[in-house]
Write a protein that binds this ligand. Structure first.
Ligand SMILES: [Mg+2]
Length: 335
Protein backbone atom coordinates (compact mmCIF):
# COMPACT_ATOMS: atom_id res chain seq x y z
CA UNK A 1 0.00 0.00 0.00
CA UNK A 2 1.93 2.94 -1.30
CA UNK A 3 0.94 5.95 -3.34
CA UNK A 4 2.29 9.40 -4.10
CA UNK A 5 -0.95 11.35 -4.56
CA UNK A 6 -4.49 11.50 -3.24
CA UNK A 7 -7.25 13.03 -5.38
CA UNK A 8 -10.33 14.57 -3.78
CA UNK A 9 -13.31 15.36 -6.00
CA UNK A 10 -15.55 18.01 -4.46
CA UNK A 11 -19.19 18.70 -5.29
CA UNK A 12 -21.00 21.91 -4.43
CA UNK A 13 -24.78 22.33 -4.49
CA UNK A 14 -26.37 25.77 -4.23
CA UNK A 15 -29.93 26.56 -3.15
CA UNK A 16 -31.73 29.12 -1.01
CA UNK A 17 -28.65 31.31 -0.83
CA UNK A 18 -26.51 28.60 0.76
CA UNK A 19 -23.91 26.19 -0.63
CA UNK A 20 -23.51 22.57 0.45
CA UNK A 21 -20.23 20.73 -0.04
CA UNK A 22 -19.42 17.07 -0.34
CA UNK A 23 -16.46 15.11 -1.62
CA UNK A 24 -15.11 11.72 -2.48
CA UNK A 25 -11.59 10.37 -2.82
CA UNK A 26 -11.70 9.17 -6.42
CA UNK A 27 -10.47 9.73 -9.95
CA UNK A 28 -11.10 13.18 -11.51
CA UNK A 29 -13.43 11.29 -13.86
CA UNK A 30 -16.02 11.54 -11.05
CA UNK A 31 -16.06 15.33 -11.54
CA UNK A 32 -16.91 14.86 -15.21
CA UNK A 33 -19.87 12.65 -14.24
CA UNK A 34 -21.08 15.21 -11.71
CA UNK A 35 -20.92 18.02 -14.27
CA UNK A 36 -22.43 16.19 -17.22
CA UNK A 37 -24.77 13.52 -15.80
CA UNK A 38 -25.76 14.19 -12.17
CA UNK A 39 -25.81 18.00 -12.02
CA UNK A 40 -28.31 18.47 -14.88
CA UNK A 41 -30.67 15.98 -13.15
CA UNK A 42 -30.76 18.07 -9.98
CA UNK A 43 -30.97 21.60 -11.43
CA UNK A 44 -34.16 23.35 -10.36
CA UNK A 45 -35.33 20.56 -8.03
CA UNK A 46 -36.46 20.89 -4.40
CA UNK A 47 -33.21 20.54 -2.46
CA UNK A 48 -34.90 19.08 0.63
CA UNK A 49 -36.03 15.89 -1.17
CA UNK A 50 -32.70 14.10 -0.94
CA UNK A 51 -34.19 10.62 -1.18
CA UNK A 52 -35.76 11.49 -4.55
CA UNK A 53 -32.43 12.87 -5.80
CA UNK A 54 -30.56 9.78 -4.61
CA UNK A 55 -32.91 7.55 -6.60
CA UNK A 56 -32.75 9.82 -9.66
CA UNK A 57 -28.94 9.87 -9.60
CA UNK A 58 -28.78 6.08 -9.34
CA UNK A 59 -31.18 5.76 -12.29
CA UNK A 60 -29.12 8.26 -14.29
CA UNK A 61 -26.03 6.01 -14.18
CA UNK A 62 -27.82 2.74 -14.98
CA UNK A 63 -26.05 2.36 -18.33
CA UNK A 64 -22.79 3.93 -17.18
CA UNK A 65 -22.34 1.35 -14.40
CA UNK A 66 -23.38 2.27 -10.87
CA UNK A 67 -20.72 0.55 -8.73
CA UNK A 68 -17.30 2.20 -8.85
CA UNK A 69 -16.71 5.67 -10.23
CA UNK A 70 -20.38 6.57 -10.69
CA UNK A 71 -21.12 5.66 -7.06
CA UNK A 72 -18.27 7.90 -5.88
CA UNK A 73 -19.72 10.81 -7.90
CA UNK A 74 -23.20 10.18 -6.46
CA UNK A 75 -21.66 10.00 -2.98
CA UNK A 76 -20.05 13.44 -3.30
CA UNK A 77 -23.33 15.01 -4.48
CA UNK A 78 -25.45 13.25 -1.84
CA UNK A 79 -23.08 14.48 0.90
CA UNK A 80 -23.33 18.02 -0.50
CA UNK A 81 -27.14 17.76 -0.44
CA UNK A 82 -27.13 16.69 3.24
CA UNK A 83 -24.66 19.45 4.12
CA UNK A 84 -26.89 21.97 2.35
CA UNK A 85 -30.11 20.73 3.95
CA UNK A 86 -28.61 21.06 7.43
CA UNK A 87 -27.27 24.52 6.56
CA UNK A 88 -30.70 25.64 5.36
CA UNK A 89 -32.14 24.52 8.71
CA UNK A 90 -29.20 26.16 10.49
CA UNK A 91 -28.20 23.00 12.42
CA UNK A 92 -25.17 20.67 12.45
CA UNK A 93 -25.79 17.57 10.31
CA UNK A 94 -25.40 15.43 13.44
CA UNK A 95 -28.49 17.19 14.83
CA UNK A 96 -30.53 16.71 11.63
CA UNK A 97 -29.75 12.97 11.53
CA UNK A 98 -31.15 10.81 14.35
CA UNK A 99 -28.42 11.26 16.96
CA UNK A 100 -27.32 8.16 18.89
CA UNK A 101 -24.32 9.77 20.67
CA UNK A 102 -22.52 13.09 20.98
CA UNK A 103 -18.97 11.95 20.19
CA UNK A 104 -17.37 9.09 18.29
CA UNK A 105 -14.50 6.81 19.29
CA UNK A 106 -11.85 6.56 16.58
CA UNK A 107 -9.03 4.17 15.84
CA UNK A 108 -5.73 5.54 14.54
CA UNK A 109 -5.05 4.06 11.11
CA UNK A 110 -1.79 3.93 9.16
CA UNK A 111 1.15 1.61 9.80
CA UNK A 112 1.95 1.10 6.13
CA UNK A 113 4.11 -1.80 5.02
CA UNK A 114 6.49 0.74 3.45
CA UNK A 115 7.45 2.09 6.93
CA UNK A 116 10.48 0.87 8.82
CA UNK A 117 9.80 -0.40 12.35
CA UNK A 118 10.69 2.82 14.11
CA UNK A 119 8.34 4.89 11.86
CA UNK A 120 5.62 2.32 12.53
CA UNK A 121 6.18 2.50 16.29
CA UNK A 122 6.25 6.30 16.36
CA UNK A 123 3.00 6.65 14.42
CA UNK A 124 1.01 4.02 16.31
CA UNK A 125 2.54 5.11 19.65
CA UNK A 126 1.36 8.70 19.10
CA UNK A 127 -2.25 7.60 18.63
CA UNK A 128 -2.04 5.39 21.71
CA UNK A 129 -0.66 8.35 23.69
CA UNK A 130 -3.57 10.48 22.40
CA UNK A 131 -6.02 8.06 23.99
CA UNK A 132 -7.04 5.87 21.03
CA UNK A 133 -8.37 2.56 22.28
CA UNK A 134 -7.31 0.90 19.02
CA UNK A 135 -4.71 1.44 16.26
CA UNK A 136 -4.39 -0.23 12.87
CA UNK A 137 -1.45 -1.25 10.71
CA UNK A 138 -1.11 -2.86 7.29
CA UNK A 139 0.14 -6.41 6.78
CA UNK A 140 0.23 -8.86 3.89
CA UNK A 141 2.85 -7.40 1.58
CA UNK A 142 5.77 -9.40 2.93
CA UNK A 143 4.26 -12.19 5.07
CA UNK A 144 7.65 -13.27 6.40
CA UNK A 145 8.06 -9.92 8.16
CA UNK A 146 4.50 -9.53 9.43
CA UNK A 147 4.82 -11.23 12.82
CA UNK A 148 7.96 -9.24 13.67
CA UNK A 149 6.27 -5.99 12.57
CA UNK A 150 3.23 -6.78 14.71
CA UNK A 151 5.48 -7.52 17.70
CA UNK A 152 7.31 -4.22 17.15
CA UNK A 153 3.99 -2.37 16.99
CA UNK A 154 2.72 -4.00 20.17
CA UNK A 155 5.80 -2.78 22.04
CA UNK A 156 4.98 0.84 21.12
CA UNK A 157 1.29 0.97 22.08
CA UNK A 158 1.03 -0.35 25.65
CA UNK A 159 -2.52 -1.48 26.44
CA UNK A 160 -4.02 -0.12 23.19
CA UNK A 161 -5.55 -2.83 21.00
CA UNK A 162 -3.85 -3.60 17.69
CA UNK A 163 -5.77 -4.06 14.42
CA UNK A 164 -4.25 -5.45 11.21
CA UNK A 165 -5.43 -4.92 7.62
CA UNK A 166 -4.13 -7.29 4.92
CA UNK A 167 -6.03 -5.70 2.00
CA UNK A 168 -6.66 -9.22 0.72
CA UNK A 169 -2.93 -9.95 0.67
CA UNK A 170 -3.05 -13.51 2.04
CA UNK A 171 -4.47 -16.68 0.58
CA UNK A 172 -7.00 -18.71 2.55
CA UNK A 173 -4.62 -21.07 4.38
CA UNK A 174 -2.20 -18.25 5.19
CA UNK A 175 -5.10 -16.22 6.56
CA UNK A 176 -6.22 -19.00 8.89
CA UNK A 177 -2.66 -19.54 10.08
CA UNK A 178 -2.04 -15.80 10.58
CA UNK A 179 -5.34 -15.42 12.44
CA UNK A 180 -4.03 -17.86 15.10
CA UNK A 181 -0.59 -16.27 15.26
CA UNK A 182 -1.85 -12.68 15.36
CA UNK A 183 -4.36 -13.64 18.04
CA UNK A 184 -1.52 -15.00 20.17
CA UNK A 185 0.15 -11.58 19.88
CA UNK A 186 -3.05 -9.88 21.02
CA UNK A 187 -4.41 -8.64 17.66
CA UNK A 188 -8.19 -8.17 17.92
CA UNK A 189 -9.16 -7.15 14.36
CA UNK A 190 -8.19 -8.81 11.07
CA UNK A 191 -9.37 -6.79 8.08
CA UNK A 192 -9.64 -8.31 4.60
CA UNK A 193 -7.44 -11.32 5.37
CA UNK A 194 -8.47 -12.69 1.96
CA UNK A 195 -10.00 -10.66 -0.85
CA UNK A 196 -13.32 -9.11 0.13
CA UNK A 197 -14.70 -10.61 -3.10
CA UNK A 198 -14.25 -14.06 -1.54
CA UNK A 199 -17.22 -14.12 0.84
CA UNK A 200 -16.94 -17.86 1.52
CA UNK A 201 -13.23 -17.41 2.29
CA UNK A 202 -13.94 -14.52 4.69
CA UNK A 203 -16.58 -16.60 6.41
CA UNK A 204 -14.21 -19.52 6.85
CA UNK A 205 -11.51 -17.27 8.35
CA UNK A 206 -14.20 -15.76 10.60
CA UNK A 207 -15.15 -19.24 11.84
CA UNK A 208 -11.53 -20.28 12.41
CA UNK A 209 -10.26 -17.06 14.01
CA UNK A 210 -10.03 -17.29 17.80
CA UNK A 211 -12.35 -14.97 19.76
CA UNK A 212 -12.26 -12.06 20.33
CA UNK A 213 -10.60 -11.43 16.95
CA UNK A 214 -13.05 -9.71 14.58
CA UNK A 215 -13.00 -10.24 10.81
CA UNK A 216 -13.89 -7.01 8.99
CA UNK A 217 -14.49 -5.94 5.38
CA UNK A 218 -16.78 -3.73 3.30
CA UNK A 219 -14.68 -0.75 2.18
CA UNK A 220 -15.30 -1.59 -1.50
CA UNK A 221 -19.07 -1.55 -1.09
CA UNK A 222 -20.75 0.80 -3.59
CA UNK A 223 -24.38 -0.28 -3.18
CA UNK A 224 -26.65 -1.56 -0.39
CA UNK A 225 -26.84 -4.88 -2.26
CA UNK A 226 -23.10 -5.41 -1.81
CA UNK A 227 -23.47 -5.01 1.97
CA UNK A 228 -26.54 -7.25 2.03
CA UNK A 229 -24.62 -10.03 0.23
CA UNK A 230 -21.70 -9.70 2.65
CA UNK A 231 -24.00 -9.85 5.67
CA UNK A 232 -26.11 -12.68 4.23
CA UNK A 233 -22.92 -14.70 3.72
CA UNK A 234 -22.04 -14.17 7.42
CA UNK A 235 -18.64 -13.11 6.12
CA UNK A 236 -17.78 -10.43 8.71
CA UNK A 237 -17.94 -9.73 12.44
CA UNK A 238 -17.89 -5.99 11.72
CA UNK A 239 -19.08 -4.38 8.48
CA UNK A 240 -17.11 -1.45 7.12
CA UNK A 241 -18.76 1.19 4.94
CA UNK A 242 -17.39 4.28 3.23
CA UNK A 243 -19.86 7.12 2.64
CA UNK A 244 -17.62 8.56 -0.09
CA UNK A 245 -18.16 5.37 -2.11
CA UNK A 246 -21.45 3.79 -1.05
CA UNK A 247 -23.81 6.61 -1.98
CA UNK A 248 -23.01 9.34 0.53
CA UNK A 249 -24.86 9.88 3.78
CA UNK A 250 -27.96 8.23 2.24
CA UNK A 251 -25.96 5.13 1.31
CA UNK A 252 -24.11 4.98 4.62
CA UNK A 253 -27.37 5.10 6.60
CA UNK A 254 -28.65 2.21 4.45
CA UNK A 255 -25.56 0.20 5.40
CA UNK A 256 -26.29 1.14 9.01
CA UNK A 257 -29.87 -0.17 8.73
CA UNK A 258 -28.60 -3.43 7.23
CA UNK A 259 -26.17 -3.81 10.15
CA UNK A 260 -29.04 -3.22 12.53
CA UNK A 261 -31.13 -5.91 10.83
CA UNK A 262 -28.24 -8.41 10.89
CA UNK A 263 -27.13 -7.47 14.44
CA UNK A 264 -23.63 -6.70 13.17
CA UNK A 265 -21.56 -3.68 14.29
CA UNK A 266 -20.54 -1.01 11.78
CA UNK A 267 -17.26 0.87 11.37
CA UNK A 268 -16.69 3.79 9.00
CA UNK A 269 -13.86 3.71 6.47
CA UNK A 270 -11.58 6.72 5.76
CA UNK A 271 -12.71 10.37 5.26
CA UNK A 272 -13.31 11.17 8.97
CA UNK A 273 -14.69 14.68 8.32
CA UNK A 274 -17.53 13.19 6.26
CA UNK A 275 -18.23 10.29 8.60
CA UNK A 276 -18.49 12.17 11.87
CA UNK A 277 -22.19 13.14 11.46
CA UNK A 278 -23.49 9.75 10.23
CA UNK A 279 -21.27 8.01 12.81
CA UNK A 280 -23.09 9.99 15.50
CA UNK A 281 -26.35 8.59 14.10
CA UNK A 282 -25.63 4.93 13.27
CA UNK A 283 -27.04 2.81 16.12
CA UNK A 284 -24.51 -0.03 15.84
CA UNK A 285 -21.45 2.08 15.13
CA UNK A 286 -18.40 0.63 16.85
CA UNK A 287 -15.78 3.16 15.80
CA UNK A 288 -14.63 5.47 13.06
CA UNK A 289 -11.36 5.16 11.15
CA UNK A 290 -8.91 8.02 11.77
CA UNK A 291 -6.92 7.47 8.59
CA UNK A 292 -3.71 9.49 8.72
CA UNK A 293 -3.59 10.55 5.06
CA UNK A 294 -7.17 11.84 5.02
CA UNK A 295 -6.81 13.48 8.45
CA UNK A 296 -3.82 15.38 7.04
CA UNK A 297 -5.63 16.46 3.86
CA UNK A 298 -8.90 17.38 5.55
CA UNK A 299 -7.21 19.48 8.23
CA UNK A 300 -5.28 21.24 5.48
CA UNK A 301 -8.29 21.94 3.23
CA UNK A 302 -11.14 22.55 5.70
CA UNK A 303 -11.61 25.00 8.53
CA UNK A 304 -13.53 23.05 11.19
CA UNK A 305 -12.18 19.57 10.33
CA UNK A 306 -12.52 17.35 13.42
CA UNK A 307 -9.64 17.08 15.91
CA UNK A 308 -8.74 14.09 18.03
CA UNK A 309 -9.35 14.48 21.78
CA UNK A 310 -8.98 11.60 24.22
CA UNK A 311 -9.44 9.00 21.49
CA UNK A 312 -12.71 10.61 20.34
CA UNK A 313 -13.89 13.26 17.91
CA UNK A 314 -16.90 15.51 18.50
CA UNK A 315 -18.74 17.84 16.12
CA UNK A 316 -18.35 21.62 16.18
CA UNK A 317 -21.48 23.76 16.35
CA UNK A 318 -21.38 25.07 12.75
CA UNK A 319 -24.30 24.09 10.51
CA UNK A 320 -24.03 21.14 8.10
CA UNK A 321 -20.84 19.11 8.11
CA UNK A 322 -19.21 22.00 9.98
CA UNK A 323 -16.56 22.39 7.27
CA UNK A 324 -15.44 25.51 5.47
CA UNK A 325 -13.40 24.96 2.33
CA UNK A 326 -10.08 26.82 2.35
CA UNK A 327 -10.30 27.64 -1.35
CA UNK A 328 -7.15 29.79 -1.38
CA UNK A 329 -5.09 27.01 0.21
CA UNK A 330 -6.55 24.38 -2.08
CA UNK A 331 -6.13 26.18 -5.39
CA UNK A 332 -2.46 25.23 -5.83
CA UNK A 333 -3.45 21.55 -5.76
CA UNK A 334 -6.14 21.91 -8.41
CA UNK A 335 -6.16 19.27 -11.18
MG1 LIG B 1 -8.80 -1.58 4.65
Amino acid sequence: MEWDRTTMVMAEVEAGGAVGLGYTYASPVAAELINTVLGPRLAGQNVLQIEAHWTAMNQAVRNIGRPGIAATAISAVDIALWDLKAKLFGVPLGVLLPAARDKVAVYGSGGFTSYDDSTLQTQLGQWAAQGCKWVKMKVGRDPERDLARVEAAKKAIGGTELFVDANGGYDLKQSISFAQQFARLGVTWFEEPVSSDDLAGLRLVREKAPAPMAIAAGEYGYTPYYFRAMLEARAVDVLQADATRCGGISGFMRASSLCDAYLIPLSSHCAPSIHLAPALAAPRLLHMEWFHDHVRIEQMLFEGAPRLRGGHVAPNDRPGLGLEFRRQDAIRFEV
